[in-house]
Design a protein around this ligand. Structure first.
Ligand code: HEM
Ligand SMILES: [Cu+2]
Length: 595
């Protein structure tokens, strides 16, 4: 008979076995050249036959491009799941009282939403983009450790299942409940979606009985291990695998940001991992790390935010890298002040470890310590502003082309300015004492996360779409999508700033009736974001299958301004190789090439 207490152990054991089995079948299959193109008509070409087909290929691949795509797909699944939570949250907030789900579900939703978005969506997508493009940008033929690369990725799906298992087990239990197997359904039903918020503050997180919390802690730990492995791989790759003509002075800006992000991750994630295990021990083995007569609840907050604040820079730096890389291409000018963008990135990397206690200004810590954290928090705005001014100067008197990626980048910079400036206010102790734990905070960080971070990701997806698929997407739909995303973000999160200013605390399903209009405007904005995400996905999938084939590698007319960079040269070579192969193979025109 399965007891409830043994559920976490059993599930973890199964998950670990699955990972080991996965690792066991991973072989070093470094197929050369243009792998990773998911279109069906690619399958016939010579280079593709070196790789196994179908699922076996995806499960056994150690090719950086394939792993990159796996990461991106995984991140998108997490984003859609976390996004569904967000839509449910906003729907509940349409009326001041209970709309559909009520308080308990709301608590679960904002927890799973936050955890999924922060831990499971954002960084995996950037690791995916970097896996695909970073080796190409630095002239390497793969990552330094291809197999570790694969293992790091394959730790993530079990992490997602462990973190979000409560919902899955609940559904399974409800489906099989007519069979009457209470011995089986009872432990499944014991796992409830976690509702302790993504910050998992003690003593709440040590006190709740729900065994799903333990699974989530283990899942987060697993994803932290994966991140650390990935970070080491990126660092070593950038140091050791650069082609001879890529020096520190000519290393592209995206690789610079990935290097900094990986370095921050290397120092931050082990601390998070330790804190998660300490919490796990407190909950299950009677240790007293966070108990009142032990380290106390403040210890958790210090450890959590020692990871937590660097984490926001871990997430935002790759986005800055993408903005800095792509913006000049559509401004017809080189990035203004390249060196300063690099130095400001490194400065952020260092300073990001000196600001964590700005999340704890209201806890009654020593005011002298508080003041120093306030000073560093305000100082870190300077390198961020340096970037903004460099971007604006890049565009100044440039030849701006308002393609979809450019609309997203300009909009993303705008939302970053709002997110950043509201952050400087929060860094100031007297203002934070008023605004802490209100909607203002939620508005502030969503302007950054849903603004510049999401916008840069989508911009990159458009910019590099031809390289990823050898096809072009529907540019008109993309422009509409880009505008909708930026408008949606502003409409959703501006009311939150105002609500916070008016004193509405965060994490409540119910609110006073006078806030109804602002809440409804925010919900309307969220649906606009939802529509734009839908347009993006359908455009991507549809164009991947039937978009017009790209014949000329210079899709964006970059040669004209001398910005036909390495990844595009690589793409040009692949197109050329493919053409000559097809010519020698059959003497007939390759399928689809004449449309
Ligand atoms: C369509 C886009 C999004 C919408 C409409 C949305 C909406 C919300 C809402 C309504 C809350 C709960 C506020 C409360 O009651 O306290 C929330 C919290 C949160 N969101 Fe989002 N969100 C979106 C995207 C994102 C993204 C992309 C991320 C991260 C990458 C993110 C991270 C978070 C976090 C960390 C919290 C705090 C959870 C907590 O208080 O424990 N969100 N969001
Ligand atoms: Cu912070």
């Amino acid at each position: 008979m399965v007891s409830i207490d043994s559920v976490p152990g059993v599930v973890l054991g199964v998950a670990l076995l699955a990972v080991l089995a996965g690792v066991g079948v991973v072989r070093r299959r470094r197929a050369m050249a243009d792998g990773g193109y998911p279109t069906t008509d690619e399958r016939e070409t010579e280079t593709e036959t070196e790789k196994p087909f179908g699922l076996v290929r995806w499960f056994t691949t150690v090719d950086h491009k394939d792993i990159g795509i796996l990461y991106i797909v995984y991140g998108l699944v997490a984003a859609l799941w976390g996004g569904t939570d967000a839509m449910m949250l906003r729907t509940e907030l349409i009326t001041p009282g209970k709309t559909i789900w009520g308080t308990e579900t709301y608590n679960g939703l904002f927890t799973t939403h936050g955890v999924t978005m922060i831990f499971l969506f954002a960084l995996p997508v950037f690791f995916g983009i970097a896996n695909y493009f970073l080796p190409i940008l630095i002239g390497a033929d793969d990552m330094s450790f291809p197999r570790i690369n694969a293992i790091a990725f394959w730790l993530l799906p079990p992490a997602l299942v462990l973190v979000r298992g409560g919902l899955i087990t609940e559904i399974i239990a409800k489906v099989i409940s007519p069979l009457g197997l209470t011995a089986l359904t009872a432990p499944l039903l014991a796992l409830k979606p976690i509702d302790i918020s993504w910050t998992m503050y003690t003593p709440l997180s040590t006190a709740v009985a729900n065994p799903q919390v333990d699974l989530a802690l283990l899942g987060l730990h697993l994803s932290g291990i994966a991140t650390t492995m990935g970070a080491i791989n990126f660092i070593v790759t950038i140091f050791a695998e650069r082609s001879e003509d890529v020096t520190w002075a000519t290393l592209d800006i995206f690789s610079w940001t990935m290097l900094t992000t990986s370095a921050i991750a290397l120092f931050a994630f082990p601390v998070l991992g330790s804190a998660l295990i300490m919490l796990f021990l407190d909950r299950n083995f009677g240790t007293a790390f966070f108990a009142l007569d032990g380290g106390g609840p403040m210890l958790w907050q210090h450890l959590f935010w020692f990871w937590g604040h660097p984490e926001v820079y871990i997430l935002v730096l790759p986005a800055f890298g993408l903005v800095s890389l792509i913006l000049p291409k559509f401004s017809g000018r080189k990035l203004f002040g390249f060196k300063f963008v690099v130095y400001s990135t490194l400065a952020i990397g260092v300073l990001s470890f000196g600001v964590w206690a700005h999340h704890m200004f209201t806890t009654g810590m020593d005011p002298r310590v508080r003041a120093s954290f306030m000073a560093v928090s305000i100082a870190i705005a300077i390198p961020s502003a340096v970037k903004v001014f460099n971007w604006m100067t890049t565009m100044w008197s440039g030849r701006i082309r308002l393609t979809a990626p450019m609309i997203l980048l300009v909009g993303g910079i705008g939302t970053f300015i709002i997110g950043g400036v509201t952050g400087v206010f929060l860094a100031s102790i007297p203002i934070d004492l008023l605004l802490h734990d209100t909607y203002y905070v939620v508005g502030h960080f969503h302007f950054i996360i849903m603004g510049v971070i999401a916008a840069a990701m989508v911009a990159a997806s458009y910019y590099w779409f031809p390289i990823l698929t050898r096809r072009m997407y529907d540019q008109r739909v993309a422009r509409v999508q880009a505008v909708l995303l930026i408008v949606g973000v502003v409409v959703t999160f501006t009311p939150l700033l105002i609500l916070g200013y008016l004193g509405m605390p965060r994490r409540y399903a119910y609110y006073p009736a006078e806030f109804t209009l602002l809440q409804q405007i925010a919900t309307a904005g969220a649906y606009v974001i939802g529509v734009s995400v839908f347009l993006w996905i359908t455009n991507m999938i549809q164009s991947m299958r039937t978009g017009p084939l790209v014949m000329n590698a210079d899709v964006w007319n970059l040669k004209e301004t001398g910005q036909f960079t390495r990844e595009w040269q690589w793409f040009e070579e692949r197109l050329e190789e493919r053409r000559s192969f097809e010519r020698s193979e059959s003497g007939t025109a390759p399928p689809g090439d004449d449309d």
